[in-house]
Write a protein that binds this ligand. Structure first.
Ligand SMILES: Cc1cc2nc3c(=O)[nH]c(=O)nc-3n(C[C@H](O)[C@H](O)[C@H](O)COP(=O)(O)OP(=O)(O)OC[C@H]3O[C@@H](n4cnc5c(N)ncnc54)[C@H](O)[C@@H]3O)c2cc1C
Ligand code: SF4
Length: 339
């Protein structure tokens, strides 16, 4: 890894100007988990890392802050995964029970040591794990080349939904959970803007070289979540090859309200199956207005994967993702899984 300078600006303007002057070799650093990985792998050789944690004043408060009110949750981009996994302790607010799946997702990602460093913003903006992308000697589509090596290569961990021309799976566990709670993100660029989280992600058909819509030097400041009603239920389910120090093979997040025994405002999001966190409107339509039922859950899971187009080595992900989704639905509704 080449030597680099650590820059500690105190104002947002100083941080942004620093990156904008030379975006090729100056990069924002949050926890640094993914960034240092990319540098160690030789994918990037920035001359300067600009520390977001050094920002002070009102912007520093927003980046580190965590507020829960009648208007919902506002979570600073520098809040760590460990803090998110412990939401209730962080604020002592009982209404946070409605965001159970977010806590479960944050507590499941990576390892305890990584969760202490990794931040919400960095997690959403980390780069993909595709092993061809992570090999500095290979120039695939994502790095400006002409080929996606996963198409004819080792594609066990790649996308089964929404893939092409690149077949990455989106790496962020928090993205799936936040999408299921209708999150939006507050961004500070030339102007400040707040956009739905779904608009942060860029699919490979739009541009295979990037995964998000941030401009160079634009800072993800906060994630905002509308309030969860008292009857909100949610669950996160995941399958990994190893139970620790590993990324998911497939994950599912379900969020819904149970009104008089009927499911309302259902959100279904699948992770690690597509280049973006994959909201399944087909599954949501199958579930909305219905009573929880094991056969219905199986049909909804089949609907969610109906358009799957597996590559040579990842057809196993179709039944796996269906099973993970059924697991999340059963847990969110307290309905026992059929044996
Ligand atoms: C063994 C292992 C297992 C893992 N398992 C999982 C898992 O199961 N699920 C999962 O989701 N992740 C997993 N990860 C990945 C890990 O969670 C991420 O690398 C981490 O969350 C990145 O956060 P960070 O704060 O360290 O980001 P950084 O590395 O600091 O930043 C990542 C990128 O985002 C940019 N950035 C960061 N913050 C901002 C901001 N506020 N505004 C604008 N740009 C910003 C940086 O410039 C950089 O390009 C795993 C990692 C390891 C090593
Ligand atoms: S899936 Fe994407 S990152 Fe991986 S080889 Fe293909 S183009 Fe590159």
């Amino acid at each position: 890894m080449q030597a680099f300078a650590l820059i500690r600006p105190q104002t947002l303007a100083a941080a942004r100007t620093r990156v904008q002057e030379s975006p090729q070799d100056r990069v924002l650093r949050a926890g640094g988990v993914d960034l240092f990985d990319r540098m160690k792998e030789g994918l990037e050789r920035p001359a300067e890392l600009i520390e977001l944690a050094s920002l002070r004043g009102e912007i520093g408060d927003r980046l580190r802050g965590f507020t829960s009110s009648a208007a919902g949750l506002e979570i600073g981009a520098l809040v760590t995964l460990a803090q998110l996994a412990d939401l209730a302790d962080l604020t002592q607010h009982p209404e946070l029970a409605g965001f159970l799946a977010l806590r479960q997702a944050a507590g499941s990602a990576a390892t305890p040591g990584i969760r202490n460093l990794a931040t919400l913003g960095g997690n959403l903006l980390q780069r993909p794990r595709c092993w061809y992308y992570r090999d500095a000697d290979l120039v695939c589509l994502k790095k400006g080349g002409k080929t996606c090596f996963a198409v004819s290569g080792e594609n066990k961990y790649h996308a089964i939904l929404g893939g092409g021309p690149s077949f990455i799976v989106h790496p962020s566990t928090l993205a799936s959970a936040l999408l299921a709670f209708d999150a939006s993100v507050e961004l500070a660029g030339d102007t400040e803007r707040t956009i739905p989280l779904s608009e942060l992600f860029v699919g490979p058909r739009t541009d295979p070289r990037r995964e998000h819509s941030l401009a160079p030097g634009e800072v993800l400041v906060r994630v905002k979540l509308p309030p969860a009603p008292a009857d909100r239920r949610s669950a996160y389910a995941v399958v990994k090859e190893k139970q620790s120090h590993d990324w998911p093979l497939a994950e599912a997040v379900v969020s819904l309200s149970l009104e008089a025994g009927v499911m309302k405002s259902v959100r279904v999001v699948l992770g690690h199956v597509a280049p973006i966190p994959w909201r399944s409107r087909e599954a949501e339509a199958a579930l909305e207005g219905q009573k929880p039922d094991a056969a219905l859950f199986a049909r909804a899971a089949a609907a969610a994967l109906a358009d799957a187009k597996p590559l040579k080595h990842n057809a196993y992900k179709v039944p796996l993702a269906q099973g993970v989704l059924r697991d999340a639905l059963h847990r969110a509704t307290d309905l026992a899984m059929p044996t």
